[in-house]
Write a protein that binds this ligand. Structure first.
Ligand code: F6P
Length: 321
């Protein structure tokens, strides 16, 4: 039984991180376990910037995007010496277990901490990218997808009014999941993802035919940032088709916002179960959702295996476009 733990949020923030943090803290306190909150991710761990949390520390945050603990990317932590300092700070406070809420980079850092210093770590997948191996969902991905679909709905109005090609670039770092799921739910004619090759000449020819033969009023294209730049692709398509084209880059708007019910419930569930497991002696796993159920995935596998897009979704998106 671990009696003192810590929790941190790391990497790109995502809506639902606060719900997860709240669940970690309240679960620990319910078991009589002391819980420290680490500010600003690995940077705060290196600077020993942490505080003992109580139930009031996480009041009124379940509905808030971002993360009250703050987050930061830390170059120093990427060094063995940095990770040694981090481990020493944890040992100095008698912290026996660490909950890391973050994406693939953050969970990789956690895995190194475990491997090099035998720190007991349990991970929670906090990223809008939904790119963690072994699970169907990551905290914040549902809210980000709903933010994107709101933008798509608005783009359809103006693209239709002007008979334009509208191209929207969405986040996902190296994963096309956000583009695929929002392209499908937004009825996009084309969804460009890093996981699949695409031919702009062929797309240009098809769009010209749509306008000339089917009196198509407009075309919507969703491009994942890892597949290319909406602005560059837009310029090329306008040259190839002669059709007015406008590109939009949604950027960091996708990272904010009040988490959806799904993100709040899953974040709370994962936070509660991961904390209970950590306290009871479990470590070296990432808690996630697979087929609607809570699972735990080996931390090494979660950060070293690449998650692929669902081929059925990729196939269906083309049929339904
Ligand atoms: O990993 C989450 C994410 O939002 C990616 O989709 C995106 O490419 C990256 O973070 C942006 O990182 P930063 O906020 O450091 O610019």
């Amino acid at each position: 039984m671990r009696k003192t733990i810590a929790v941190m949020t790391s990497g790109g923030d995502s809506p639902g991180m606060n719900a997860a943090t709240r669940a970690v803290v309240r679960t620990a306190l319910s078991e009589g376990v002391k819980v420290f909150g680490i500010y600003n991710g690995y940077r705060g761990l290196l600077e020993d910037d942490m505080f003992e949390m109580n139930t009031r520390s996480v009041s009124d945050i379940i509905q808030r995007g971002g993360t009250i603990l703050g987050t930061a990317r830390s170059k120093e932590f990427e060094t063995a010496e940095g990770r040694e300092n981090a481990a020493e700070n944890l040992f100095a406070r008698g912290i026996e277990g660490l909950v890391v809420i973050g994406g693939d980079g953050s969970l990789r850092g956690a895995q190194q901490l475990t491997e090099e210093h035998n720190i007991a770590v349990v991970g929670l997948p906090g990223t809008i990218d939904n790119d963690i191996w072994g699970m169907d969902y990551t905290i914040g991905s549902d809210t980000a997808a709903n933010t994107i679909i709101d933008a798509i709905n608005k783009l359809r109005d103006t693209a239709s009014a002007h008979r334009r090609i509208a191209i929207l670039e969405v986040m996902g770092r190296h994963s096309g999941w956000l583009a695929l799921i929002t392209g499908m739910s937004g009825g996009a004619e084309y969804i460009l993802v890093p996981e699949e090759q695409f031919d702009l000449d062929k797309i240009g020819t098809e769009i010209r035919e749509m306008y000339e033969e089917n009196q198509k009023r407009y075309v919507l294209i969703i491009v994942a940032e890892g597949a290319g730049s909406a602005i560059d692709i837009g310029k090329k398509l306008e040259e190839k088709t002669g059709i007015d084209t406008r590109a939009s880059v949604l950027g960091h708007i996708q990272r904010g916002g009040s988490p959806t019910v799904m993100d709040r419930v899953y974040a709370s569930t994962l936070g509660e179960q991961a904390t209970r497991a950590l306290i009871s002696g479990v470590s070296n796993v990432v808690y996630g959702i697979r087929h609607g159920r809570v699972v735990n995935v080996n931390l090494y596998d979660a950060v070293h295996k690449k998650k692929s897009l669902d081929p059925e979704y990729l196939r269906m998106a083309k049929v339904l476009a």
